[in-house]
Design a protein around this ligand. Structure first.
Ligand code: PLP
Length: 236
């Protein structure tokens, strides 16, 4: 059973997060509006999403299909839904046509399945290419050496728009150590945009989590994915 968190609690955390984002924007000469918060709701129950939405947050992120679907069904019209976790090919049918954005496009078999399902529905799905910048064995995401070929191939799929890039930085002791990872994702954005491929806009950078979001903002994040710093259930 997942925990419930009250709106008051979330509001309090959000105010602190807001201040930290503002400071990071100020340090790096960015506008606050360039950065959007995705509340990652995997630690909390369905009702808590209602509490989150009351604070004015409109972007919700879930990483597991099974947990995500009931939450989506309950609040679908009230939020923009981001699928941020590893997506199995056989679950694509549950996500395409429901979630607004997929952050974890990381292999050709997945792209083909998304393309197939989106074509059947007559929609274009904005996807972020997930890159395993640090090359960690334990993480999903494309190996950097495979990114170029993957994006070129995927750019031919008319029902997928590569709207951004996503990465997860390694867990480090000091957030500063994650900076090169975020900087490299931004470098990839430029490389891919310079190719001027069809269906590849890559305007979004989904990077930064509770432990490292300020550094990610300084390095150009347009979406930060925040779980524990925002909606940490009591006693965890
Ligand atoms: C859980 C999760 C997050 C949020 O993690 P926190 O450290 O709790 O902020 C962000 N992105 C992905 C892909 C996740 O699975």
């Amino acid at each position: 059973m997942k925990a419930a968190v009250s709106m008051e609690m979330i509001q309090k955390q959000l105010e602190q997060v807001e201040q930290r984002i503002r400071n990071a924007c100020a340090r790096s000469g960015r506008k606050r509006e360039e950065v959007r918060i995705i509340a990652v709701t995997k630690y909390v129950d369905t009702e808590t999403i209602g509490e989150i939405l009351k604070t004015g947050i409109t972007h919700i992120g879930e990483n597991r299909v099974q947990d995500a679907l009931p939450k989506y069904e309950r609040y679908k019209e009230q939020a923009t839904w981001h699928f941020i976790g590893h997506l199995q090919t056989n679950k694509v049918k549950d996500i395409v046509g429901r979630f607004d954005v997929i952050h974890s496009l990381d292999r050709l078999s997945l792209a083909k399945e998304i393309e197939k399902r989106a074509a059947a529905l007559g929609i274009v799905v904005p996807c972020f290419v997930q890159i395993n910048i640090a090359g960690e064995e334990t993480k999903f995401g494309l190996n950097p050496t495979d990114v170029l070929a993957f994006v070129k191939e995927t750019s031919n799929m008319k029902h997928i728009r590569i709207a951004g890039l996503m990465t997860m930085a390694p867990i480090v002791e000091h957030p500063e150590e994650a900076r090169p990872v975020f900087r490299e994702l931004r470098a990839w954005q430029k490389r891919l945009q310079d190719l001027r491929l069809p269906n590849v806009t890559a305007e979004e950078l989904s990077m930064g989590m509770s432990g490292d979001f300020e550094v990610a903002v300084e390095e150009g994040a347009t979406f930060v994915r925040l779980g524990s710093v925002l909606v940490k259930p009591e006693g965890t």
